[in-house]
Design a protein around this ligand. Structure first.
Ligand code: NDP
Ligand code: A1CAB
Length: 272
């Protein structure tokens, strides 16, 4: 990918994931800066990836061609106001914040800058991320390619043409790792109630999940329902378990949960 001087404002979990992927893919560390109010995460990034670090957002942004906005949504207005003290013309902005629409981000930055709004997820830390991207009309073709390549360093990407679809990406991929963890927690607890120690219970569910995930990825020509049917012997144990999920409304529950994520993104766009 093209290499540009890039600054991450906010050096938390998601920035670390993306920076890790960039450096592993050969992006020159000397072109990457992270800015954060406290030092420990910055020092860890410098130690692990040899990038530039600073506690001075303004200096870091002034020197950058690309600015990744990676603070919590509720802190973005404060950061935007601070950044207005420097000349932001000509910079490409990439936001990873949940919920905040381009119009709000532009108001926070005080101008109509090229802005790619994205929604990544934490598996990006392992190079297995899924990121949705949306570009505003100021983003030119090279900027679009740069943003796609950047998030492509840490996983797969999907562009959306309608900004509202980013909230659906949040529900389906940004937040969804947590749904899977919850499901695994519940299975681990049950396996322990059935007599396994904690480590063995975890091994059982994590290896089953890993195998199932690989089966999904390696059989993209098969419907998910076909993979399920291959496990589900007629009148057998799986059928008994699936019947419980279906009777007790798992599909409706999933629908309600994902809709709640979308609704919350909509609320966040108004309150932050
Ligand atoms: N976690 C997730 O699964 C996902 C998160 N996101 C989005 O990513 C963004 C970051 O989330 P995440 O990395 O998880 O959060 P973190 O809390 O891990 O990181 C946020 C960082 O911002 C720093 N920060 C606070 N105030 C400022 C400031 N004024 N200037 C610069 N940096 C500041 C914090 O520093 P300190 O700790 O020192 O206060 C912290 O290191 C959020 O907007 C979230 O919506 C998107 C997709 C998935
Ligand atoms: O929970 C959140 O708001 C963020 C966005 C997606 C995952 N974490």
């Amino acid at each position: 990918m093209q290499h540009r001087k890039i600054t991450f404002v906010g050096a938390g979990n998601m920035s670390r994931s993306i920076i890790s992927g960039m450096v592993k893919s050969g992006y020159p560390a000397e072109l990457i800066t992270a800015s954060n109010p406290s030092m420990p995460k910055l020092e860890a990034l410098q130690r692990d990836f040899a990038i530039q670090i600073t506690q001075d957002n303004l200096q870091a942004v002034a020197n950058a061609e690309v600015v990744v906005l990676a603070v919590k949504p509720q802190l973005m207005a404060q950061v935007g106001e601070q950044l207005q003290q420097t000349n932001l013309d000509g910079k490409l902005f990439i936001s990873i914040a949940a919920g905040l629409p381009v119009s709000r981000l532009q108001a926070m930055l005080g101008g109509q800058y090229p802005l790619v709004r994205t929604m990544p997820n934490t598996p990006s830390a392992l190079g297995l991320g899924m990121t949705g991207l949306y570009a505003n009309s100021q983003v030119n073709a090279p900027d679009r390619t740069f943003a796609g390549d950047l998030l492509g360093q840490v996983g797969k990407t999907a562009w959306v043409e309608k900004e509202s679809m980013l909230d659906a990406v949040t529900a389906a991929a940004g937040s969804s790792p947590a749904y899977f963890f919850l499901f695994l927690e519940a299975m681990q607890d049950t396996a322990m109630q059935m007599g396994f120690d904690k480590d063995t219970a975890r091994l059982l569910v994590e290896q089953a999940m890993l195998g199932a995930a690989h089966m999904v990825c390696h059989n993209s020509d098969l419907e998910l329902s076909t993979l399920r049917a291959q496990v589900t012997s007629k009148g057998g144990t799986t059928a008994a378990a699936i019947e419980q999920f279906e009777q007790q409304g798992l599909r409706e529950l999933v629908n309600n949960a994902m809709q709640a994520a979308v609704n919350r993104a909509g609320e966040m766009s108004k309150v932050f």
